[in-house]
Ligand binder design. Structure first.
Ligand code: MEV
Length: 300
């Protein structure tokens, strides 16, 4: 038997654009998945979470193959990270599973190996993952990630001060793969418009990085709002995302946007402190929505 764990993430800037080579910024959150593996007659996924069995089995098979393991396993998925919320649950599942198989086989893996193997598993969930989710699930912290033709690049960012967010589930499960496909079609149909949006976004990422490093919270909020507008133009923000962002801004959040694949899933709102984050989360909960606070912390 082996056990492993990994955390989810929020993307502060750059979902979708990152798939096409722009830099994105993501932070690890405290919600986690735990994976336990035990030998079995065939591969199985055992969980109370909402998962697509076929994809999960394909993920298990891909991870076993890339790790050179030939036995079959029952894979138990647990934890408080919501699946289908755009919070990086499939990547966290893959990273936790790699740790669990390494634990079961008593092998030591470097973080680079964990990330590489988990990325192979991620491919079963999204046809064309950028690699940002498995990178943050492997390393944690706050990262600036850029997909490369040959090799992905990432940098751990130093926060000026911790950032407080409210994460609210729209109530609509989103399928990242479908949303990624939608953006691909947008690009094929209007290359010029897509390039324009990529350029506008890249500017947001540059300023966003500096604002995060200098603790310019108002600027971070404005840039999140601008990023959200571009995501709407890309066609990945639906009415559930728009409504939640609008409410969050109306009650005083500094910035709001969807996070992850969009088309439902989760939205994030940046707040001035933990107290404001708790108040906004409570307000959403009273409306019957699943909402919680999270802090992206300074590195210690
Ligand atoms: C998913 O968390 C973020 C997307 O940009 C897809 C990816 O980067 O693989 C939508």
């Amino acid at each position: 038997m082996g056990i492993g764990e990994a955390q989810g993430k929020i993307i502060v800037f750059g979902e979708h654009f990152v798939v096409h080579g722009a830099p994105a910024i993501a932070g690890g959150i405290s919600s986690k998945v735990t994976v336990e593996v035990e030998k079995s007659d065939k591969n199985r996924i055992i969980t109370e979470h909402k998962v697509v069995e076929k994809m999960s089995l394909a993920g298990i098979e891909r991870v076993l193959a890339v790790m050179g393991i030939h036995e079959r396993y029952g894979v138990h998925l647990r934890g408080d990270l919501r699946t289908y919320g755009g919070l990086g649950s499939s990547a966290a599942f893959c990273v936790a599973m790699v740790h669990a198989f390494a634990d079961e086989k008593k092998i030591h893996l470097t973080k680079e190996e964990v990330n590489k193997y988990a990325y192979e598993g991620e491919k079963a969930f999204h046809g064309n993952p950028s690699g940002i989710d498995n990178t943050i699930a492997t390393h944690g912290g706050v990262i600036l990630f850029e997909r490369g033709k040959e090799k992905n690049k990432f940098e751990l960012l130093e926060l000026y001060k911790p950032l407080d967010f409210v994460v609210t589930f729209t109530g609509k499960y989103s399928e990242t793969a479908k949303m990624v496909e939608r953006v691909k079609k947008f690009k094929e149909q209007d290359e010029k418009e897509f390039t324009q949006l990529m350029d506008e976004y890249t500017d947001i990422a540059t300023h966003g990085r500096h604002a995060i490093e200098r603790g310019k919270i108002e600027d971070i909020g404005k840039l999140m709002n601008a990023n959200q507008s571009l995501l709407s133009e890309l066609g990945v923000s639906d009415e559930t995302n728009d409504e939640i962002n609008k409410i969050a801004l109306e009650v005083g959040a500094i910035g709001a946007k969807l996070t992850g694949g969009g088309g439902g899933g989760c939205c994030i709102a940046l707040t001035k402190d933990q107290e404001q984050a708790s108040k906004i989360a409570e307000m959403f909960k009273k409306k019957g929505l699943d909402s919680f606070t999270t802090q992206i912390e300074k590195r210690h």
